[in-house]
Design a protein around this ligand. Structure first.
Ligand SMILES: Cc1cc2nc3c(=O)[nH]c(=O)nc-3n(C[C@H](O)[C@H](O)[C@H](O)COP(=O)(O)OP(=O)(O)OC[C@H]3O[C@@H](n4cnc5c(N)ncnc54)[C@H](O)[C@@H]3O)c2cc1C
Length: 507
């Protein structure tokens, strides 16, 4: 087929543009499970080429989205009927004594490795960046590695978010390509570009400060059973006033009886590390990883002991800690494998309709209880469906006046007549392959990810979530990563949950 005028003009502007079937199908999905095929994939080699691509798309009135590693969980990079700007060739970075300079396509795992070899610490480490190549191969995934641009677009945090916050806390300078194609160096007001998924500007380069950290840290793994005990531990850690470098819990709730076996098989745990913590894979088993200097960890553990918390405390050596980090990352993918939904026939409606009804119901209940979604705009393509008319109108006005990028989501909203279930049928159902149905690999409901909950409200909120899941016939196997004291807000917990949609229902 002849190249379109758009593709010809992008090439004339100096860009490398790929319209091959393999490039288009690779660029069709991120880790969110949504599928949206791009018009073409362009790979700029410089900031000037990003700007040229932006201007060309604008001239042709064609939507455009920018993408780094495709590890985003909400379809933010996908857009609809859009050009995909892949920045992975812009991967240069350098490490100074107190900062890192990087192009947007630089690999976050490579920067973490480089900084740690120099004895300094990179301040945001999303779990997706802890994966090794082996784990990617094992999962058969083509996403990754996480890039600096994607981490800024999503305001990433992760294992050390407890003490160090998120990407926004560490940005000192950005070079941004704006929707009108102009390039600007930004030294304040970073929140317009960090955590807004590339809607208002494409990050081309960034300077990121490095934190000063204690030379010696200790790591402990706390474990226990029951949501009440978990909430008590979380609230006590919050009250202790200490912000350990790392405090992260994992709770499994409502897991079917065979889940432990499934998880162990899926995680391929040759050293039996997980088996030491048997309770973790029982319903409502949990672990909390605690890391910090001796003073912080001692204060935290003493606070737990004097509050009478029911918790098992074990020190971890460096190898065990590394193993934990990898398990933590792999667990989020293994979680849907082999899940048979016992509630499958509880409603005659198709799964996506139930899932979207569940989401609307859950959001209303959460609002009533003061449970807040994570502050960032991390709903990607779904966001425009979940926004109010007012928000949609102001986004539309920003696109029209040229201060926001058109990512195609407003057109998609109109095509689907604002119906979330129609959208999910269109973008989620194509993800389900016969092999997935055979292996019963559940699909995560995208966008229903992060909730901020007060520690003492954790049991009632999780119970509510579980009841809603049963009511709507969802798979009752959400996994929760809880960042205690997350982002310096004492007593609050950030819960990442996975709402699993049973793929056998799509068959
Ligand atoms: C197993 C797993 C674990 C995860 N754990 C964490 C975690 O602990 N913490 C966390 O925060 N996230 C986590 N994530 C989500 C994801 O890894 C992060 O959001 C990551 O920062 C995305 O980086 P990326 O390069 O893959 O971006 P992409 O997926 O390519 O893009 C993400 C968003 O950023 C935008 N974007 C990409 N590049 C740019 C740019 N140059 N300028 C502006 N916007 C841009 C995209 O348009 C998109 O909206 C996890 C994901 C997985 C699959």
């Amino acid at each position: 087929m002849a190249d379109s005028a758009l593709v010809q003009d992008l090439r004339a502007a100096g860009l490398s543009v790929d319209t091959s079937e393999s490039a288009l199908s690779r660029a069709t999905a991120d880790a969110s499970q949504l599928k949206s095929r791009p018009i073409c994939v362009a790979r700029p080699q410089s900031t000037a080429e990003i700007a040229a691509a932006v201007r060309t798309c604008r001239t042709h009135s064609v939507p455009l989205t920018v993408v780094g590693g495709y590890t985003g969980l909400s379809g933010g990079a996908l857009g609809y009927n859009a050009v995909r700007l892949e920045l992975r060739d812009m991967d240069a970075f350098s490490v100074g004594p107190d900062h890192v300079w990087a192009q947007a396509g630089a690999s976050v795992p490579a920067i973490i490795r480089d900084t740690s070899e120099r004895g300094v610490f990179f301040p945001f480490q999303p779990a997706s960046a802890c994966r090794t190549d082996d784990v990617y191969d094992y999962l058969g995934t083509t996403v990754g590695p996480v890039t600096i641009g994607g981490a800024l677009g999503a305001n990433a945090s992760g294992l050390v978010g407890c003490k160090l916050g998120a990407a926004l806390d560490w940005v000192r300078e950005l070079t941004v390509v704006l929707p009108d194609g102009k390039t600007q160096i930004i030294t304040d007001g970073f929140e317009r570009y960090v955590g807004t998924e590339g809607r208002y500007g494409i990050v081309a380069e960034a300077r990121i400060a490095l934190p000063e950290l204690p030379e010696e840290t200790d790591t402990f793994l706390l474990s226990g059973h029951g949501l009440g005990a978990f909430a008590e531990v979380a609230a006590t850690l919050g009250r202790s006033g200490v912000l350990p470098l790392l405090a992260e819990g994992m709770v499994l709730t409502g897991a079917p009886p065979d889940f432990a076996a499934i998880a162990r098989r899926a995680l391929d745990d040759p050293t039996g590390f997980i088996r030491q913590f048997g309770s973790v894979f029982e319903p409502h088993g949990w672990i909390v990883l605690l890391q910090g200097d001796e003073n912080d960890t001692t204060t935290s553990i003493e606070a737990l002991r004097s509050a009478g918390c029911q918790v098992d405390v074990r020190p971890l050596n460096d190898d065990q800690f590394e193993q934990f980090r990898q398990i933590r990352s792999a667990a989020s993918d293994a979680i849907g494998v082999g899940v048979v939904n016992p509630h499958r026939t509880s409603s005659g409606k198709p799964p996506v309709e139930r899932a979207s009804a569940f989401l609307a119901h859950a959001i209303a209940e959460f609002q009533e209880r003061g449970v807040r979604p994570k502050a960032e705009h991390n709903l990607g393509l779904l966001r425009v469906f979940l926004e109010s008319d007012e928000d949609r109108d102001s986004f539309r006005a920003a696109v029209e006046e040229g201060s926001a990028f058109d990512d195609g989501s407003l057109a998609l909203y109109e095509e689907c007549e604002g119906n979330l279930a129609t959208l999910l049928n269109r973008l989620l159902k194509p993800r389900v392959t016969p092999a997935m149905v055979e292996q019963q690999i559940a699909v995560n409901f995208p966008g229903n990810e992060d909730l901020l909950i007060q520690a003492e409200k954790v049991p009632e909120t999780l119970e509510l979530l579980e009841n809603l899941m049963l009511q709507y016939g969802a798979c009752p196997v959400p996994l929760f990563y809880c960042h205690i004291n997350f982002r310096r807000t004492p007593g609050w917990i950030l819960v990442h949950n996975r709402l699993l949609i049973d793929v056998t229902e799509f068959a």
